[in-house]
Write a protein that binds this ligand. Sequence first.
Ligand code: SF4
Length: 316
Amino acid sequence: MSENVKIGVSACLIGEKVRWNGMHERDRYLSEILAKHVEFIPLCPEIACGMGIPREQLRQTDCAENIRLIGYESGDDLTQKMTDWADRVLPGLEKEDLNGFVLKPRSPSCGMRHAKIYSTTGKPPRLGSGFFARKLMTYASLLPIETSDRLQNPIVRENFIRRVFVYKRWNQMLSKGKSIGNLVDFHTRHKMLIRAHDLRGYKELGSLLGQANQSNTDTTFNNYATLLFKTMTLKATAKKNSDVLFHAMGFFKKQLDLGDKQELQTAITAYQNGMIPLLIPVTLLNHYARKYQKPYLTQQYYLNPSPTELQLLNHV
Ligand code: SF4
C-alpha cells in the first residue's frame, strides 16, 4: 500500500461471516484488487449494534413515513437499537479518517437506493436506502459512498476512485487551514478533473471562488465542498473526457508538429470510441506537458494522479 487510503466497507463484502445466516457475501473486486491498494475498515452495523449470528432477517417497514427496522418473522422492532448505536458511533466517524465507503446493495441496513421498504397498507414495497446507509449519508454527507454491485461498472468505478482521492486531498487541504489561497490552489489543480465530470458545475465553482473573500471563508468552503462533491458524482463520460483532452491539446498548438498532433488526436478519438483506456491519451498529454513545460497542465491531478490512484485507474 503506497499511501494511506482508508475505505469503510460492509464487512460481509470482504469475506467476514457476519450475515444473518452466518455466511459472507465476498466481492471479488473489493477482496482481490481494491484490498491491495487501500486499507479497509470493515463494519457490520447489525453486529455492531448488538445483534448476533445467526439472527433473524430484517426488513424495513414504512409506518406513516417513519421507517422502522423489523424482524422478518417475529415482528420485533429493532429500530431503537440500531438508531442508538448509529447516533452514538457515526458522529465519531471523522476520527477514522475514512476516504470512502462501500456498502452491500439491497440490504435493509447497508443498501443504498435499492433496499426494499415495505408498506403497512399492502402496497408493493418501494425502494430506498437501508437504515444504516441513510444514517451514514446524513452524518457524512460528502463522503464518497457506493455499493459493490455498482462498482462492477467501469465508469462508476472510475468515478468512485476519483472521488475517494479528491475527498482525501480535500481533507488534507482542510488540515492546512481554511484560507482562500489554499482553496484557490486546490481548485486550480482539480480544474480538468472537475470539468470532466460537469462543465456547468466547473463554471459554478469558478464563479463561487470569484466571490470569495476573507469575510466569508466558512460559507465559501461549505458551499464549495457541497457543489464540488455533487459535481463529482456526475459521470465523467467518454465524451466529457474527450472534450477535456482536446481542450488540453490546445495548449500545444504551436509546439506539436503535424505527426504528433495526429497521434494525439487519434489516441483521443480511439479512447472516445472505447478502443483504448483513458490513461493512454492522458499519459501522452502528460508527456507533452512536461516536455513543453506547461505548468497549468503539469499540476493537474487529472493528468498526474497519485501512484495509488493511477494503479487503481489502471484496473478500471
Ligand atoms: S448488516 Fe451490512 S455488513 Fe452486516 S451482514 Fe448485512 S449487509 Fe453485511
